[in-house]
Structures are given as structure tokens and as C-alpha cells.
Design a protein around this ligand. Structure first.
Ligand SMILES: [Zn+2]
Length: 159
């Protein structure tokens, strides 16, 4: 009788644990899926498939997922401590490398933006009309430097 009762309790406990795990897994998927979906939606508006930064971020998310799974399997006793440690180091290294690449990409993007602004400023400068000092009031000639007399017609230019 007690034997049977013990079996039942053990069965009930393990089923309870299994259901708990399922719910936890479902919740994790529920939390992660919108994140990935949002990323995909953001990338979809771009002409290219994904931006390099979004791709790096997604790959980092995958590494974090793998790390979480690894932790879980280790806790469940499915992986030897030594394997766990080396796999974990691999994943952490991968995550760090992806993070570093993201930062470099971000910096390059910033540098590009700065350069583009500079180029635009220089272009605007080149297109800007010459200062009045350069332009002859009589013939309209644009002298290349500020002058006292027009290089074209000799008219005195008042500064
Ligand atoms: Zn002139």
C-alpha cells in the first residue's frame, strides 16, 4: 500500500515538474518570439534583407539562447562539468566577439555620418554665392580673391 502510494506521489511530482518545465519553456518562447519578430519587421522595411547590425544582434541573441540551454542542461545533469565549462567559454567568447564587431560597426557608421556631414558642409560651401567683396558691382565679374579693383573691368570695388 505504502509502496503504491510512494509510486503515485513520485509520479505526480515528476508530472508536476514536467508541466512546470513546459510552461517555463513556453513562457521563454513567448518572451523571445516578439523580440525576434520585431527585429524581422524592422529589417523588412529596408531594401536589403537585414542590416549588418541587426544581423549581429540576432546572432548574439542566438548565442544567449544557446547559453541558457546549456545552463539548463547542466543543471539537469545532462552535461559533464568539464564540457559545460568549455562550451560556456566558447559561447561567451562568441558573444564577446559579436559584441565587439557590433561596436566597431556602430563606430564605422558614426564615422561615416561624420564624414558625410563634412562632405555636405564642404559642398554647401562650394555652392554658396561668393561674398560681395569679390563681385564687381559694374560688370558682375566674380573675382577669385577680394580685390580693390575688378580684375575684368578695373572698376573700384568698395570693401
Ligand atoms: Zn568689373
Amino acid at each position: 500500500m505504502t509502496q503504491w502510494l510512494n509510486e503515485s506521489i513520485r509520479l505526480a511530482v515528476s508530472m508536476f515538474l514536467a508541466v512546470g518545465l513546459l510552461i517555463a519553456g513556453g513562457l521563454a518562447a513567448f518572451v523571445v518570439t516578439p523580440l525576434l519578430a520585431a527585429e524581422t519587421a524592422a529589417g523588412a522595411s529596408l531594401p536589403v534583407d537585414v542590416t549588418p547590425l541587426a544581423d549581429l544582434k540576432r546572432r548574439r541573441l542566438v548565442v544567449y539562447e544557446n547559453l541558457k540551454d546549456l545552463e539548463f542542461e547542466y543543471q539537469a545533469g545532462k552535461i559533464a562539468a568539464q564540457d559545460y565549462q568549455s562550451l560556456k567559454q566558447n559561447y561567451l567568447g562568441e558573444a564577446a566577439a559579436l559584441m565587439a564587431t557590433s561596436q566597431v560597426t556602430e563606430q564605422l557608421k558614426e564615422t561615416d555620418a561624420v564624414l558625410e556631414r563634412e562632405i555636405a558642409a564642404r559642398r554647401a560651401l562650394r555652392k554658396a554665392p561668393p561674398p560681395q567683396d569679390y563681385v564687381c558691382p559694374r560688370c558682375g565679374y566674380e573675382n577669385p580673391v577680394p580685390v580693390k579693383f575688378c580684375g575684368e573691368c578695373g572698376t573700384r570695388i568698395n570693401h
